[in-house]
Design a protein. Structure first.
Lengths: 228, 225
């Protein structure tokens, strides 16, 4: 078969379809992963000892388990106790849990890096603990967490490919299907790889711009630029 | 449901899966050092073409999902270069290793760069060759600085090794999936495997932290580095 016909009429349309699914997975997971990360980090750092313990255990368990196994539990395991998700939903849930746990570690590190005096000062101004966390601590901590969070976001882009193991035909899956059908493995997966490299590289650049945009001069110490 | 007897029945099978998973991880960590350290040295001390080549390598292997890398090498590159007869285990270990090298090279590079430049100048002024200075002055310090970061690669590679399931490596997750298919017991078996991964994960980290304490030189560096 003609290489250009294969590339433009078969491979690229399939990858475009897959890319759309990959982007859907990411868009559905990232905001909730971010929110979960904040909740778990704040819960662990400032919550009641019981809540703190739960948050700590959650991070411990998720970080210790391969994401693929978590996805298997959600998709193949839960139906046995009557909870059934579509492959897409199960993938998104798995990504949120995984992304949230790792985000929580970065955010917690940033929370710890904010000096205790800030909380004391905020409380002495009459703020409640919650107000102090929300209005004083978090706005500073989240800025410091950007490099770590963006690394995690890039990991999310990459491990979204594991949804294919639950039969979601996203970017890697679309490449696999074309590769298997036409026996053009190297070409197909190389093309898939290039799309991921573009996604990851564009995100890296975007995150570096974001970090500069939200920086408050003088309050955020220089952090190393986000890497892949 | 009596899961424990079933797990005990399958124990030899599970143990072979654990051995396979640990084999993947050890091969990948070993390959990672073997390739990652020269790459780091090349990036710090090499000329422009070497730095450029290492940069491209790192960008490539860190930018691709492990699943795509496994597919690319297992279905594409290995057969294309006439190595199609190698087992999925070998391909999985090589891919994890090549990818690990990309990540580890950056850990080593950071550590080498964190050893002050004055040390190289001082070593050279004492008459050491560049190679002797790197070998006897820079690396003994840099490797100790790199160790905590390098230890963190272990859990990453361990959890990534489960993705080798996708190309049919008979590791712990593959064994688990087979037991689930055979017994139709899902959640307890998956949770047991999750438990095994967690033990391997934190047990391994504990050993690595012990190694860190053992090679530490009193007064040099801190645990926090």
């Amino acid at each position: 078969m003609d290489q250009t016909v294969f590339l433009f009429d078969i491979l690229l349309p399939a990858l475009l379809q897959g890319l759309i699914v990959t982007l859907q997975l990411i868009v559905c997971s990232a905001p909730f992963g971010f929110a979960l990360g904040i909740a778990v980090a704040v819960g662990r750092q400032y919550g009641h000892p019981v809540i703190s313990w739960f948050c700590k255990t959650f991070v411990f368990l998720i970080k210790g388990t391969p994401l693929l196994l978590l996805l298997f539990i959600l998709y193949f395991g839960l139906p046995s106790i009557g909870i059934t998700f579509t492959a897409f939903t199960a993938s998104v849930l798995g990504f949120i849990l995984c992304n949230g746990a790792y985000n929580a570690e970065y955010i917690r590190g940033a929370l710890i890096s904010i000096k205790d005096g800030q909380m004391v000062a905020a409380r002495s101004l009459g703020m409640t603990r919650w107000q102090a966390i929300k209005n004083v601590i978090l706005p500073q901590a989240l800025r410091r967490a950007i490099p770590g969070l963006s690394n995690e976001f890039i990991y999310l882009i990459k491990y979204s490919s594991l949804a294919y193991m639950l039969t979601v035909v996203e970017l890697a899956g679309a490449g696999k299907q074309v590769a298997t059908k036409y026996f053009l493995y190297t070409e197909s997966f190389a093309a898939v790889g290039i799309v991921y490299l573009v996604l990851v590289s564009v995100t890296t650049i975007a995150v570096n711009i974001l970090e500069k945009k939200v920086a408050i001069p003088g309050t955020v110490r220089a952090t190393p630029a986000a890497q892949l | 449901m009596d899961v424990l007897p079933i797990l005990l029945d399958w124990l030899p099978y599970l143990l072979s899966g654990i051995a396979s998973t640990l084999g993947l991880v050890l091969a990948a960590l070993g390959l990672g050092i073997l390739l990652g350290l020269p790459m780091a040295l090349g990036q710090v001390y090499g000329g422009r073409p070497i730095r450029w080549a290492v940069g491209i390598y790192v960008w490539f292997f860190r930018g691709l999902p492990i699943l795509v890398l496994l597919f690319l090498f297992w279905f594409g590159i290995f057969p294309a270069i006439g190595l199609g007869h190698y087992s999925a285990f070998v391909v999985g270990a090589v891919v994890l290793g090549l990818r690990g090298a990309a990540y580890q090279s950056q850990i080593f590079r950071g550590a080498i760069q964190s050893v002050g430049e004055g040390q190289m100048i001082a070593a050279r002024s004492l008459g050491m060759s560049r190679f002797t200075a790197i070998h006897s002055v820079i690396l003994p310090q840099a490797m100790r600085i790199a160790l905590p970061g390098w230890s963190n690669e272990y859990p990453n590679i361990l959890t990534d090794s489960a993705v080798c399931y996708a190309i049919g490596v008979v590791e712990l997750l593959t064994i688990t999936a087979r037991i689930v298919t055979q017994t139709h017991i899902t959640i307890p078996i998956y949770l047991a495997t999750a438990g095994i991964f967690i033990i391997l994960n934190y047990g391994g980290l504990k050993l690595l932290h012990r190694l860190e304490a053992r090679v530490a030189i009193p007064g040099f560096g801190t645990g926090a580095m």
